[in-house]
Design a binder for this molecule. Structure first.
Ligand code: CTP
Length: 415
């Protein structure tokens, strides 16, 4: 586990980083005690904030003893100190562990009916939530929708794990281990430094969206890709100082500053990508390219009266494999793999088969992941054997995680 020092975090005045530890009413509250202790050990100033009902699981005296200041539970404890806004204003990070289904719902709705929710609504600091609940509750669409709302607003989720739950049941919903939570907090404190222009001077070529393969002038075959992840990759590369060309099928807003090439079909995308790849330092193939297209597209509309057409399909070219064959020394090549089963096995096989440096895999059968969501959760496999997991986050944050890996490769290409 890392340590935070004033110099690491850049906290104004050389103070220790100020962490509000919110605890809501779940049995996992006992693990929050360990989170508190570890954060203090790591050099943070920890202000514990318990909901009223959380005190039924763990007494406030425990947090008083381990935290950096007395535990607070109510907006009315010391009204003159205006705790409901002061805590949020002072916080460098707010972490809620455990975050119950009820707490997530109240936070997602913007309710502010106790000290913890007022702090969450009043703060501009980054927020981490660590859900903990029974499997049935964790999988409920309302809980997942609330979580997605929060993630879309920039909240970081440390997802629950599989294991023993209250009452002896087994399943997913058990709060992440204290060490994992503390690492996430320290990671966020580290990231408060502004984004560096670590891709400055590099030419980044990104593809985005699902291709459309015509059947006739009004119908086509396509897939569920929205282009959101590809556009987020283009925007992130621009933020990090790169010159960006975006080849896209999507009508999403164009990231300001990118050269945009609009395409529709796999063949058009292939032409656009191969033509520009020679001049690129980094190529990111985030598009969902059709594997098959109708062999013949009619010039005129097919009508019902003509009978049901027999569609004969033919394979498209694999653009990424071709980019892999043609790439020049030093060029970094990134592929994406949207899978529903054996995610790691399939992604690693594609990594090798297509000759890329990084394969970004997502399990599109998981809630709030992949197609058309604003959020994603991925695992990045490197040809050097490295594996990086990125838990549910905005597509912008996923893009940054990809470029964190790319930046290392650009500086230190595999031999
Ligand atoms: N890809 C490509 N050209 C194609 C198909 C895919 O460039 N004709 C790229 C995608 O942009 C992605 C990667 O290859 O970066 C993996 O795509 P995916 O659809 O997961 O793999 P496929 O090669 O289509 O394999 P399968 O259909 O067996 O999943």
């Amino acid at each position: 586990m890392g340590q935070v020092t004033p110099d690491d975090t850049g906290t104004a005045g050389g103070d220790r980083p100020f962490v509000v530890l919110g605890v809501s009413a779940g049995i996992a509250a006992y693990k929050a005690v360990e989170v508190c202790r570890r954060l203090v050990d790591a050099g943070a100033h920890v202000a514990p904030v318990l909901t009223d009902r959380a005190t039924r699981f763990v007494g406030r005296a425990t947090f008083d003893a381990l935290g950096s200041e007395p535990t607070q539970t109510s907006v009315f404890d010391e009204v003159s100190a205006i705790p409901h806004t002061r805590l949020g204003q002072r916080a460098d990070v707010v972490v809620v562990a455990p975050a119950t289904a009820d707490l997530l719902a109240r936070y997602a709705a913007g309710l502010a009916d106790d000290l913890l929710t007022t702090t969450l609504v009043a703060t501009a600091a980054p927020v981490i939530v660590c859900p903990a609940m029974h499997t049935e509750m964790w999988e409920h669409p309302a809980v997942q929708a609330n979580l997605a709302t929060l993630v879309a607003r920039g909240v970081t989720v440390v997802p629950p794990e599989d294991g023993r739950l209250a009452g002896g049941d087994l399943g997913s919903g058990r709060m992440a281990e204290p060490e994992t939570i503390v690492d996430a907090v320290l990671d966020l404190l580290d990231r408060r430094t502004p984004v560096t222009a670590d891709l400055a001077g590099l030419r980044v070529l990104v593809s985005a969206g699902g291709t459309r393969e015509a059947i006739d002038p009004v119908r086509f075959i396509t897939n569920r890709s929205s282009g959101k992840q590809g556009h987020a990759l283009a925007a992130a590369a621009l933020r990090r100082g790169a010159d960006v060309v975006l080849v896209t099928t999507s009508s999403l807003p164009r990231p300001a500053g990118a050269e945009v090439v609009e395409v529709e079909t796999a063949a058009q995308m292939e032409d656009a990508m191969l033509e520009r790849a020679a001049g690129a330092d980094v190529v990111v193939m985030a598009a969902a390219v059709a594997d098959f297209r109708p062999k013949v597209a009619t010039d005129t509309k097919l009508h019902k009266a003509d009978g049901i057409p027999e569609l004969v399909l033919e394979a498209t070219n694999d653009i990424l494999s071709e980019l892999g064959r043609r790439r020049r020394p030093g060029q970094v090549l990134v592929g994406f793999a949207a899978e529903t089963d054996d995610v790691a096995g399939r992604a690693q096989a594609k990594l090798v088969a297509k000759g890329v440096d990084l394969m970004v895999a997502n399990d599109v059968s998981a809630p709030q992941v992949g197609f058309d969501h604003d959020t994603n959760a991925v695992t990045i496999f490197g040809v050097d054997g490295t594996v990086t997991s990125v838990p549910l986050a905005t597509k912008g944050a996923v893009a940054d995680a990809v470029y964190d890996r790319v930046a290392r490769l650009v500086g230190d290409p595999p031999t």
